[in-house]
Design a binder for this molecule. Structure first.
Ligand code: AHR
Length: 505
């Protein structure tokens, strides 16, 4: 198969917000307990956090992390997680039918985030709670001293306020599974009042209101319109969530779901514009795609070891052994976020450790990177700067979820200093190599400095990094590409992902 493309230095989409490569972690399953926190683990640091996991996390250079939920937050009392650990209550978590020991709360998590070099993005409970508890939480976290909650924080040994900038106003409030589900109007009104209370703590504060739980919800996209009509002026982002999988065994249809996500983003962008116009509002709202990933397991499959009415502590939930195909899909989805970075400012891979995650950690044992770790790593390290529009001419295919899907999926990012260019490419074809001829226009001389790839053989689509074989999928140096006559030329093997970097003179 042959393709031609053009990347022009001046054909820009948007400056990418670094937070496009953020993550999410929830009090759920073994994400926190025995995931990042395991005081008895051989690698545990003085705060009980696993250093082996921290090392894998740090390498990702994650800008921000959403915490503590997810569905969990909708019945969470943040006050249960502060003060002496021995006095903290054990609670029953309704979202995941688990026991929550509260041994990790905001102050422990803040230590972990600081150590990992990640900015916190906190979610508040608007399911069972409201404005009062929200403002108290913000005061505890962000107010310097001389008030009840800030002095309580100081009495817990945290002198300096955290200065948390990003606040999520609840989670998936349209979902019938949510504790405290609301109608769009009810939620929009509450979110507006909570946003005002949060914003009282500083002009840098940003609020994120819940959009639909996904684009198949019966109330989508009316939910977004009504919610935004209630709170437009007091929010900065609207959240999108989506989870994907190859349920039919059709890889090409699976890959096409990244393209369908582009339409989802476009629809919400249109809804934002409509409400802005209707309200004659001055402010802009962007998209915070704060939960996305591949998800196969369900709780029924995972709960073979306990009975339906148990409340297990840190049970193994949604622990996926991601395969090569999943990694290619994630590469394509990240490309879609880059192409839509004019609308999507923040995005969080969901989740980070053990639960549908790029990092797995055995209780008392080893930690390793799943296949999806690598495209996420490359995008986070080399996908910062300005997104460039890539004009592609290549063979297309039709799938169930989308038509005219290009076999070659490509995104390009010009580094902030303008001296290097990253190209992320997926050849989605199962059998055929893709000849590429990518004109590099307006850059001066370009030189290939790095080419890393995954895959290359669709017969290996289902191989995965597992506990027994944690290193089966790892990036390797690519070959067969070079710069010639101002163009990047060569061949991409079938079923492969590529991270290509060029220096520019
Ligand atoms: O990430 C797992 C769950 O998926 C989150 O708790 C929830 O927000 C979503 O439904």
């Amino acid at each position: 198969m042959k393709s031609r493309a053009t990347i022009h230095r001046d054909f820009t989409i948007s400056r990418i917000d670094d937070r496009l490569y953020s993550a999410f972690i929830e009090h759920m399953g073994r994400a926190i307990y025995t995931g990042i926190y395991e005081p008895d683990h051989p690698t545990a640091n003085e705060h009980g956090f696993r250093k082996d996991v921290l090392e894998l996390v740090r390498a990702l250079k994650i800008p921000a992390i959403r915490y503590p939920g997810g569905n969990f937050v909708s019945a969470y009392k943040w006050e249960d997680g502060i003060g002496p650990k021995e006095d903290r209550p054990v609670r029953l978590d309704l979202a995941w039918r688990s026991k929550e020991t509260n041994q990790v709360g905001i102050n422990e998590f803040a230590l972990w985030a600081e150590d990992a070099g990640i900015e916190m993005m906190l979610a508040v409970n608007l399911g069972t709670r409201g404005i009062e508890e929200t403002r108290n939480f913000v005061e505890y976290c962000n107010f310097p001293s001389g008030s009840y909650w800030s002095d309580l924080r100081r009495s817990h040994g945290v002198e300096k306020p955290y200065g948390v900038r990003m606040w999520c106003l609840g989670n998936e409030m349209d979902g019938p599974w949510q504790t405290g589900q609301k109608t769009a109007r009810e939620y929009g009104h509450l979110a507006n009042e909570a946003a005002k209370a949060v914003k009282a703590f500083g002009k840098d504060i940003e609020t994120i209101v819940c959009g639909s739980s996904n684009n198949e919800m019966p109330t989508y996209p009316e939910w977004e319109r009504q919610v935004l009509e209630e709170c437009y002026e007091n929010v900065d982002y609207i959240s999108l969530h989506n989870y994907y999988g190859n349920s039919s065994g059709d890889s090409l249809n699976f890959f096409a779901k990244a393209q369908e996500t582009g339409r989802y983003i476009q629809a919400i962008g249109g809804t934002i514009d409509y409400v802005k116009a209707k309200k004659r509002a001055k402010n802009d709202i962007f998209i915070c795609f704060d939960e996305w990933n591949v998800w196969y397991h369900n709780r029924a499959q995972d709960s073979k070891n306990w009975s339906e009415w148990d409340w297990p502590e840190a049970p193994a939930l949604l622990e996926e052994d991601y395969n090569l195909e999943d990694a290619l899909f994630i590469g394509g989805l990240l490309n879609e976020f880059i192409r839509r970075s004019d609308r999507v400012r923040i995005a969080c891979i969901a989740q980070l450790v053990n639960i549908i995650a790029p990092i797995r950690a055995e209780k008392g044992g080893k930690a390793w990177a799943t296949s999806i770790y690598f495209p996420y790593l490359f995008a986070s390290l080399y996908g910062r700067g300005t997104a460039l529009n890539v004009a592609v001419d290549c063979p297309l295919y039709d799938a169930e979820v989308a038509s005219d899907v290009p076999y070659l999926d490509i995104a390009a990012v010009l580094a902030p200093d303008g001296r290097s260019l990253s190209v992320f490419a997926v050849n989605r074809h199962l059998k055929e190599a893709m000849e590429v001829d990518i004109a590099l226009t307006g850059f001066g001389a370009a030189r290939l400095i790095d080419h890393q790839m995954l895959g290359g053989n669709s017969a290996e689509a289902r191989i995965a990094n597992t506990s027994a074989e944690p290193g089966r999928i790892a990036p390797r140096a690519g070959g067969g590409l070079g710069v010639e006559d101002g163009a990047l030329k060569g061949s991409l093997p079938p079923f492969s992902y590529h991270m290509i970097r060029l220096t520019l003179d």
